[in-house]
Each structure stands twice: as C-alpha cells, then as structure tokens.
Design a protein around this ligand. Structure first.
Ligand code: ARG
Length: 597
C-alpha cells in the first residue's frame, strides 16, 4: 500500500532525527494540486519540539528527498503552508499499483463473529432488519477479504413470552392449513397477534392464558412445542426467500444462525457463574439484577424475572459465552449489527461481560444503524403500521424494470430494444424479457443496498420510496451502468483484435483525467483496508462513486478504441482496471455487477 510506504519513509526520517514516537498520519488531499498524499506530521512534531513548523517541515522535506532518491516511488515532495508535506507518486509506480488487486492481511486468521439480520419469528422482517442484513453482510465481506476468520451468525428472536400469545391466538382463531399454504404466512401470524391484543384489551384473562401457554412451552409440552416449531418454519419460509433475493447467507448452525432458543438450556450455568462472581442481586420487585459502578452511568440490567424466567439479556450472555467456548480464539472479536435504539442495552451487556472477565472492551463492537423515520411515527407490529419488506423488494423490481422502459406485462417472446441511459446512445441492446427481469432484480437489490451503504450507518433515514429505491445520481444503478460501460468498451476492443487489457505500454505524458483515475485505482487496497479496520462499508461506497465519476469524466474527454496507437493500450488498460475495481468493490458491498443492462 502506497500510503503505508510513505508513512514508513517519514517514520525512518523522523527516527534519524531522534523522534521515534510520532504518529504519522498520511491523508489524501482533496485538491490534486496538493499532491497524491499529504501529511501533517511536521506540524504536530514541531509543536512538541517547540520548533517553527514551516522550517521543520522544510528540514524533513530535505531529508525525505535524499531518502527517496533511488526508490522510483516519489516524483516530487513539497512543503505547503502552514507546514504540510505533500507527495506526488511517480507514474510508473501508480501504474504498477493500479493493476494490483490484493488486499492486506489485517485479520491474520483471527476469528470474528459478525452477527447481523436477527429478525424475530412470527414478526415482520422490518426495514431495520434489512439494514442490519445489508450492513452486517458487507462488514463480513470486508473482514473476509482482509484475512479474518469470519463466522456469520444470525441471532434470530425465536424465544420469549410473546410465543404464549401467539400460540393462544393460533389455537383460538388460526387455521394451520391456511398458514401452511400461504405465500406469506407471517402476515397471517401478525394479524393473529394483533387480534390477541385487541381481544385482551377487553378480556384481560387472555393474558393469563398466554402466560400458561408460554409456561407449557418452557416445560416442553408437545402441543406448545409443535406450534412454536411451526411458527419457526412458517417464518423461515419467508426469511429464506428474502435472504435468497438479497444474496445473503450465514455460516453458523447450518446456515440459520444460533437463535435465542438455542441457549435455553445454557443459561443455568451463566446464572451460577454470575452468582459465584457475586454479580447478581435482588432488585426491587424480586427480580435478579446486575448493578454497575456509580461512574458508569449505566442503569441496572435485569437477568431473571421474579418468576425465574430468562430475558433477552440472559440469552445474549449465554450466546456470547457459547461463542467464547466454541470458537476458541483467545482474542475473539464479536460484532453485533443492531439498531441504535439498543445502544444502552449493548453498553450494559458489554460492561457485564467485561465484569465477568470474558472479554475486554476491544473485543466487543456494536455497529449501530439509525432508524427509518416514518411520517406517522414509529412502526409497531401491534398497531399494524409496518412496511413489509416483501413489498419493498417488489416495488424495487418494478422501478428497476421502469428504468429499462419495461412493463411487467411484456411476455418472454417479446424482444425489446433500449439504449443505455448513462449515455451510450449508440449502443443498443437486444435482450429478452427474462434476461431483463434478471437484470432488474440485480439492479433493484443493488439500488436498495447502495442507498443504505453509501451513508454512515448511524444516520436515521426518513422513509420515502424515492430515497430507499433511488436509482439516479449516487446510486446502485449508476455504479452498475458504469461497470457495464467498461465491459462494453472491452468487448469492442476484443472485436477490434485487442486481446490483452493490461497497460504495460510505456507512455510519457498522461492527461489529468487519466492520472486522477490512476491514483484512485492505486488506492483501492488502502480503501478496503481502512473500511475493514473501521467496519465501514460506506468508505468503500464513497470511493467507488468517486472512481465511477472519474472514469465517466475520462470517458467523456478521451477516445479509447479510436485513440492513437501510442495511448490506446493504456486507455484500454485503465478501462479494464476500473471495471475490475468497481466489480470487486460492489461485490464487497454485497452488490452484483451485471454484465449487461
Ligand atoms: N431480534 C432482535 C430485534 O429484532 C435483534 C437481536 C440483536 N442481537 C442480539 N445479540 N441481541 O430487535
């Protein structure tokens, strides 16, 4: 990585000056006039040494120039006010780097559990779960690409007192046959759940019935277990379909992840350990709680209810202990991708796990995503004002079809000709309906994922179809179109008898647009490294968008296939490298790059 090579050079020079502890930060200047890379280390070190920053920077520049003389890495170094040092990389080096597609080994086989999605049985798969699925999957991809041993887990909510209500409702008003046959059985289950609450409002005795059913479930009663299992099967019918559409999967517990119920029989030992470590105390209403130190500002966490029933937290503790025992990595990392509304809870959980001596704070990470805000206020399953993910996905495909001037009434046999929206007006595709549909699916999922991953996860998003399914400007389809454009240029090159797409050709002078593209391409590994280190897919998305814009500008300004022979091979190479990086980058984000659109 260029960034690292530069940082090391600076470090070396600083050491000769007796400064060994400086933290060398290397950045990308926003304005290319300030070089390809830049550092403020002179400013910071001069302050500490009580020296004049500009003079000190000049001194460093002198030494650096001497150090880099024969490396072929840096072409120019300059001091800039008030004490920055800017670096320009040689064209040769940029060209070499731009054709490398390896990522640094950051994880070094260290095990990481990335837990994401985690929907609840018999409840809607919400847009919040969708966010968790998209972001968590992308983070897992990034970690996998950078040498981590990744366990993809899904902490499905398949246990809790709500199952007492659900079972009661199915028995009282449900129809198992109908549920078995339904395309979307969860919708029916939710309707039954809502009915339970409506009825219980006037008939509080139902709550007791529900409690009794949950007790039966806990005690292993056959009928209770059977219906609970059916709820799981009905729900997974939908989850499977959603995950398949999204192209997302899990590695643990046969691909379904360890749900909360898996830990039912693993909680007793946790309680024993909590007692032994004298962490449990009796709370106000007879519940068992854990209190945190005064200064932590954390409220107590309930571990057992008055009647001895376990809670969400109890099951989370059992889950993490299980992970600790199962994966046998002394430096295990666990990442929970869960909505920001659970922040306080996760702080309590992590603190408690630290008190138990299981993990250091560095081993636990909560990646939080913001909420989708609705004009009507918060979504609530009970009130029935939810947006069904299935509807979102359906609407997305419709819009993607529209983007291609397609209507769903077109039949398979019909052949449609459309032009590429991004601007290859001359390039006409002839694709049949099923091909179009397949592309529309990739495009719609790409649009949804991109619109999420392009922003930092903590941000709330006001729900609007135009926002979630945005297909213009900084969008998934724009990225996919740009990739398709590179493909079509390469196809043309092939048709013109050009077989290799590397740019070994030596050229003396390259244009501004080409240089910009080169230096962006050379940075790909650094961007992935940074994104993986910070668990930040949006870092990749921001970069890819910049790259696509740089490529489209280059394409607008320069001939490629029709270029003079002395630059043609180089430009084709740039095109190929851009295509490779966009495809690889989109894949890291869990987005597919169709070969045609
Ligand atoms: N099922 C939960 C929900 O829908 C999310 C679970 C998050 N993960 C965890 N380890 N608690 O809110």
């Amino acid at each position: 990585m260029l960034k690292q090579e530069i940082a090391q050079l600076i470090q070396k020079v600083l050491e000769t000056k007796g400064i060994a502890d400086a933290k060398v930060m290397v950045d990308y200047p926003a304005d290319p006039k300030h070089g390809d890379y830049s550092t403020n280390v002179a400013l910071i070190a001069a302050k500490k040494l009580g020296k004049n920053p500009m003079e000190f920077a000049e001194e460093l520049v002198e030494d650096l120039r001497f150090t880099i003389k024969d490396l072929g890495l840096i072409e120019k170094i300059e001091m800039a006010k008030p004490g920055f040092i800017n670096f320009w990389i040689t064209q040769d080096k940029l060209m070499k780097e731009a054709q490398k597609f390896e990522f640094p080994n950051i994880g070094k086989k260290r095990t990481v559990v990335v837990e994401y999605s985690s929907p609840n049985i018999a409840k809607p798969f919400t847009i919040g779960h969708l966010r968790s699925t998209i972001i968590g999957d992308a983070v897992a991809n990034l970690l996998e690409a950078t040498g981590w041993n990744v366990k993809r887990d899904n902490h499905v909510g398949d246990w809790g007192t709500q199952f007492g209500k659900q079972i009661y409702a199915i028995k009282a008003w449900g129809n198992e046959n109908e549920l078995d046959k339904a395309d979307r059985p969860v919708k029916l289950l939710v309707a039954l759940y809502i009915k339970f609450h409506d009825e219980a409002d006037t008939n509080p005795a139902l709550e007791d019935e529900a409690r009794a059913w949950f007790k039966r479930l806990e005690d292993g009663d056959d009928e209770a277990r059977r219906l609970w299992q059916k709820c799981i099967d009905w729900s997974w019918k939908e989850f499977d379909a959603i995950y398949q559409k999204l192209g997302v999967s899990f590695t643990e517990n046969n691909g379904r992840g360890y749900g909360e119920a898996y830990f039912e029989d693993k909680m007793a030992t946790i309680i024993t350990e909590l007692r032994k470590k004298e962490l449990l105390e009796e709370g106000k209403e007879g519940a068992q709680i854990v209190s945190f130190a005064e200064g932590s500002k954390l409220p107590p966490l309930m571990i057992l209810k008055k009647d001895g029933a376990s809670l969400y937290a109890t099951r989370d503790l059992a889950t993490d202990k299980f992970r600790l025992d199962t994966y046998k990595d002394t430096n295990l990392l666990i990442i929970n991708e869960v909505g920001a509304e659970q922040s306080l809870y996760f702080r309590q959980l992590y603190k408690l796990e630290e008190m138990l001596g299981w993990f250091t704070p560095m081993q636990r990470v909560h990646i939080k995503h913001g909420l989708y805000r609705f004009k009507e206020g918060k979504m609530s399953t009970r009130k029935g004002n939810v947006i069904w993910l299935e509807d979102v996905l359906e609407e997305a495909v419709k819009r993607a079809m529209n983007l291609q001037n397609l209507t769903s009434d077109l039949r398979d046999t019909e052949v449609i000709t459309t032009s590429n929206k991004v601007g290859d007006a001359a390039r006409q595709h002839i694709l049949n309906f099923s091909e179009r549909l397949e592309i529309a699916e990739k495009v719609s999922i790409g649009a949804i994922k991109w619109n999420d991953l392009k922003r930092t996860p903590e941000q709330d998003i006001a729900f609007a179809w135009e926002e979630v399914l945005n297909m213009q400007g900084n969008s998934g389809p724009y990225m996919q179109y740009t990739y398709v454009r590179t493909k079509s240029i390469l196809d043309k090159a092939k048709a013109n008898g050009i077989a290799t797409f590397d740019f070994t050709q030596t050229i003396t002078k390259i244009s501004m647009e080409e240089r910009e593209l080169l230096r962006l391409l050379a940075r790909f590994d650094e961007v992935v490294a940074e994104a993986a280190t910070r668990f930040s897919p949006s870092t990749v998305a921001t970069y890819l968008f910049e790259l696509a814009q740089a490529f489209n500008l280059f394409y607008q300004k320069h001939q490629i296939i029709k270029a003079d022979t002395d630059v043609k091979q180089f430009r084709i190479g740039l095109t190929a490298a851009t295509g490779n990086v966009i495809k690889r980058g989109l894949n890291l984000l869990g987005i597919q790059a169709p070969e045609k659109m």
